[in-house]
Design a protein around this ligand. Sequence first.
Ligand code: CDP
Length: 213
Amino acid sequence: MVTRIIAIDGPAASGKGTIAKKLAAQFDFAHMDTGALYRLTGWRVLETGGDPENEADALAAAEYLRDNFSPEMTDIPEIRTDEAGNAASKVGVFSKVRQTLDGLQVNFAKNPPGVKKGAVLDGRDIGTVICPEADVKLYITASTEVRAKRRFEELKNKGENKGDSITILSPTYKDVLRDMKQRDQRDAGRDAAPLKAADDAIIIDTSDLSAED
Ligand code: CDP
């Protein structure tokens, strides 16, 4: 069976996850949030007392994930924190970590679970590295300030809704903006699969658009 693939890339809080979910629902395709794999890897390093900037620690966590990943793991609330996002971006610099996580993503795209006719994957290198053959490639972006504001609101709402541990971790807008700039630079500046639009991607700036737009 021929599987359709929609590849969506873009920086943090650009709206790519929202668009990916809506497209998957629209076409009844399976959806993979590949950032969750990197967040789970980064979070595991922190949880096991390691350093996300240490390649051996990062690789051990990626290998654990490759061997033990289940979709329910992406619902762990801790991986949505700013701390986990930063750790994700640190482990994502290492090409061995990326290669370890590539198989899960390529397999999902080629054999979407639930025998779906297609897959939507969102991340940083889907159109360039994971699925260069994708039928449609979207690159979703927005200004840094708009993205930081969105992420700040998201984290604030999660903190208010999910209880004490996350409330304590809730950062200020300034923290979120600073972390986002650092993360953008690290993601776009790394040698291994840097964040960039594929040559054949459609670029959408969502700074002045709502999710429905
Ligand atoms: O939700 P947000 O857009 O902030 O980030 P995410 O998609 O959950 O990804 C978190 C981090 O994981 C990113 O900053 C990237 O460094 C890394 N990542 C990656 O390197 N490659 C991917 N395909 C997805 C995420």
